[in-house]
Design a binder for this molecule. Structure first.
Ligand code: KG4
Length: 333
């Protein structure tokens, strides 16, 4: 079965063709360079860029793969959560194709899409498992049961962890997106140089809070500049590495607690922050107790292959959402 995937929830325009667990092609156009100068994604610009890029990317996909659209078995599009204007572009485009070519169409939850990115790398992965979903917009711990039922066990009560990476990077004068910048510069820093608070680490629930860490970093910068450091000689690698360490430690503490409490050994990572090299390194120390599933780097950030793979499952079982569904910006609310 071949499914066309379409993803336009935030700042990546992506189309993909997936045949069972094999990605035939996954084209991603990132708008990062456009949003960089604003220090974050501008929703209106994102929607306009999707509108411009999506038809071009789709034509490229068809000509590159030489797969006639008549041959595909169905279409899967991100329905939410995401930026409403951005989502509307993808959903409208997908509906147009479904109508014109009489194909089944399913609207996919972006978060579930991220979870499914793991099936592209680990075809034998099966629920039940715990998911740590860590992106610029979400920080969630989910439980996926045998029947694919998804329960939210925990979430961030304020900033998402990727957002915290981005905001802390900005405080440290690093570029956007901040996650990869902090990841890189932290390799030259001491993770124990600063003792930042570990927010909610020992609370009995599985929730997170990251906005206080950003404030702690800001106060530390102020303290350092008062005590003689100039803006140009701040110990940026140490500050970055120490802040990163707190975020990674809290994430791993909570997700392993959720797995232990639920008697589950399998932990699935998803989302852009899953690309973090310190996170990947620290996971190795836990690999005797848990089996970690980490998506390949190319499928960590937003892409249409994961959406197609999630849709494939539903289209295979005969589902079709038709043309009457709307995008939902806050899918889990
Ligand atoms: O899943 P994603 O590509 O997009 C959505 O948020 O939907 O995640 C993007 C987030 C950004 O906040 C970015 O800074 C973060 O993932 N990120 C990282 C790394 N690579 C991307 N955070 C930490 N370490 C990284 N290596």
């Amino acid at each position: 079965m071949i499914v066309l995937g379409i993803e336009t929830s935030c700042d990546e325009t992506s189309v993909a063709l997936v045949e069972d667990n094999t990605v035939i092609a996954n084209l991603v156009y990132s708008q990062i360079q456009i949003h960089k100068k604003f220090g974050g994604v501008v929703p209106e610009i994102a929607a306009r860029e999707h509108l411009k890029r999506l038809p071009i990317l789709f034509s490229e996909l068809i000509s590159q793969t030489n797969i006639n659209i008549e041959r595909i078995d169905g279409i899967a599009v991100t329905k939410g959560p995401g930026l409403i204007g951005a989502l509307l572009v993808g959903v409208s485009f997908a509906k147009g194709l479904a109508l014109r070519y009489k194909k089944p169409l399913v609207g996919i939850n972006h978060i579930i899409g991220h979870v499914y990115s793991n099936y592209l790398a680990y075809p034998d992965l099966k629920p039940p498992y715990i998911v740590l979903m860590v992106s610029g917009g979400h920080t969630l711990i989910l439980k996926v049961e045998e029947n694919n039922n998804v329960t939210i066990l925990g979430r961030s009560v304020d900033d998402a962890v990727g957002e915290a990476f981005d905001k802390i990077a900005r405080l440290l004068g690093l570029g956007y997106p901040g996650g990869p910048e902090i990841d890189k510069i932290s390799k030259n820093g001491n993770p124990n140089a600063f003792n930042f608070p570990k927010p909610k680490m020992y609370d009995p629930d599985y929730n997170f809070s990251f906005s206080g860490l950003k404030t702690a970093v800001l106060y530390e910068i102020k303290r350092l500049t008062k005590s003689g450091y100039s803006e140009n000689n701040l110990p940026i690698p140490d500050l970055a590495a120490s802040a990163q360490e707190v975020m990674i430690d809290v994430l791993l503490h909570k997700v392993t607690k959720a797995a232990r409490d639920n008697n589950l050994k399998n932990i699935v990572l998803a989302g852009g922050v899953a690309a973090n090299s310190r996170l990947r390194e620290k996971i190795r120390a836990l690999s005797e107790e848990f089996n970690f599933y980490i998506p390949p780097l190319e499928y960590c950030s937003d892409n249409a292959a994961m959406i197609a793979r999630a849709g494939l499952e539903r289209i295979k079982s005969g589902e079709n959402d038709g043309l009457n569904f709307e995008p939902v910006p806050n899918f889990f609310e």
